[in-house]
Design a protein around this ligand. Structure first.
Ligand code: PML
Length: 265
């Protein structure tokens, strides 16, 4: 599902404002209920009322690959600058250069992204073919038994909401791509200020306070190995069906150092 609004850009040119998007892999019997849910979501999004809602339904013929969710944790900070520093330190520990970090934050600061930006980990180059469209992670879902386990683990932490579940599923698919080193996300929902850094090495690290409340900035950046051929990466993220069938550990609040140390043993 994609929902957008027609905006007036510079010199009265029309520009599209991204309102919301969602993806899923469902059986035929689940489809009607899911579609109603997506339409409701598009119509009641904090970013505003859409002028266009596009629903695309595709039959998936390929057997989905199965993955586990990344281990989840939350790191608390005192301020926005501290939150961003924590995310930067984690990304630096993953080998992302300062230049690539600057490019990523510049992209997220601008906001209004339809899909994610692909940035090379060393030179910080924007790599996706169409910057306005970005890369849309698609064809991803979760098996019902796995969803029940995830919901109960997140409920114990007080974060059993669609936003967390969907972000964790998406980040787990992204991290399962061998060429993606890490993902940086700041929610583009003006009322949701939590973001995350995700990687196969350190898991899904949630960071509350990544932006000020009320701001429409945000989006997703995927850092890819320098010199990667991006077409197979985009093909995997957009076209390969991937289903979560196993749930990784869901921890409560941790210190960033604990997360770094536990993986550096
Ligand atoms: C989004 O708005 O879809 C991104 C949410 C990112 C953070 C989700 C979480 O709290 O773990």
């Amino acid at each position: 599902m994609r929902a957008s609004q027609e905006g007036r850009g510079e010199k009265q040119k029309t520009s599209e404002i991204h309102i919301s998007g969602a993806e899923g892999l469902y059986t035929l019997s689940e489809m009607q209920r899911m579609l109603r849910g997506y339409i409701e979501r598009a119509l009641h999004h904090p970013k505003g009322k859409p002028d266009t809602i596009t629903l695309t339904l595709e039959k998936v013929r390929q057997e989905p690959l199965t993955i586990s969710t990344l281990p989840l944790s939350t790191v608390i900070s005192d301020s926005l600058s501290e939150a961003r520093k924590i995310s930067g330190n984690m990304l630096r520990a993953l080998g992302i250069s300062k230049k690539a970090l600057r490019s990523a934050f510049a992209v997220l600061q601008k906001g209004n992204m339809r899909g994610a930006a692909l940035i090379s980990a060393e030179k910080g180059m924007r790599l996706e073919h169409d910057r306005r469209r970005g890369v849309r992670v698609s064809r991803l879902g979760i098996a019902k038994p796995a969803l029940r386990i995830l919901s109960s683990r997140l409920a114990r932490l007080g974060i059993n909401i669609d936003t967390v579940k969907e972000a964790l599923i998406l980040a787990s698919k992204v991290a399962s791509s061998s060429r993606v080193i890490a993902e940086l996300c700041i929610s583009d929902d003006p009322h949701y200020t939590t973001g995350y850094v995700a990687s196969s090495r350190f898991g899904y690290m949630r960071i509350p306070g990544m932006k000020q409340k009320g701001r429409k900035i945000g989006g997703r950046v995927f850092f890819v190995q320098e010199g990667s051929d991006i077409d197979p990466i985009i093909q995997y993220l957009e076209r390969t069906p991937v289903m979560v069938d196993h749930i990784g550990p869901c921890k409560g609040i941790q210190q960033a150092e604990e997360i770094l140390d536990s993986h550096n043993l």
